[in-house]
Design a binder for this molecule. Structure first.
Ligand SMILES: [Zn+2]
Length: 180
């Protein structure tokens, strides 16, 4: 969390960070939670300026348990979480690492250039937008999700507690289904 006040230089850095987050269409309430020194109306105005007058989305925020609709999504979710953890220099179980989220999200977008929900509303690739990526990082921090090493496939797989998928390696489950 970024405290209120601070020097002119700090405030410029806050604007720069807000720009990076809004450019990727992070929900304005998340930006506002993170950057306390810029007001929500100003954040919303920045969003409109960056996105040619388009209004920021409002309404329900994504929840971690609802992000994977299909089991295949775990392949991508695990990849994202693994990229995020590997890019981070801090303990992602106690803090959100914003630069690491940016890195992992940009990497995913480069790897799967047509996956975003705007282009493919029913796609399997998750996170489907930057706000979902943000929610995954939050869930890893507060323990609603975790990244497990799987003894049988030797990969890292994300576990999402309270989702409709049991907390086991979904990549192995997919593999079992394929063999049958
Ligand atoms: Zn496995």
């Amino acid at each position: 969390m970024i405290a209120e006040g601070g020097s002119y230089e700090e405030q410029l850095q806050n604007y720069r960070l807000a720009y990076e987050l809004l450019k990727r269409k992070l929900r304005t309430s998340y930006v506002s939670q993170l950057i306390k020194s810029i007001s929500l109306p100003e954040i919303r105005a920045m969003y409109r300026a960056i996105h040619a007058g388009e209004s920021p989305r409002s309404g329900l925020l994504p929840t971690i348990d609802a992000i994977p609709h299909v089991r295949e999504s775990f392949l991508y979710l695990s990849l994202f979480a693994s990229l995020y953890r590997n890019a981070s220099q801090i303990d992602i179980k106690t803090e959100i690492d914003v630069p690491a989220i940016l890195f992992a999200w940009d990497f995913l977008c480069e790897t799967f250039p047509n996956h975003s929900r705007e282009r493919r509303p029913y796609g399997k690739v998750r996170p489907a937008n930057f706000s979902e990526a943000w929610v995954i990082a939050q869930a890893l921090k507060i323990g609603l999700a975790d990244l497990h090493y799987c003894e049988s496939c030797h990969g890292e797989s994300i576990v999402i507690y309270n989702s409709k998928f049991p907390p086991t390696c979904q990549i192995c489950v997919l593999d079992d289904h394929r063999k049958k």
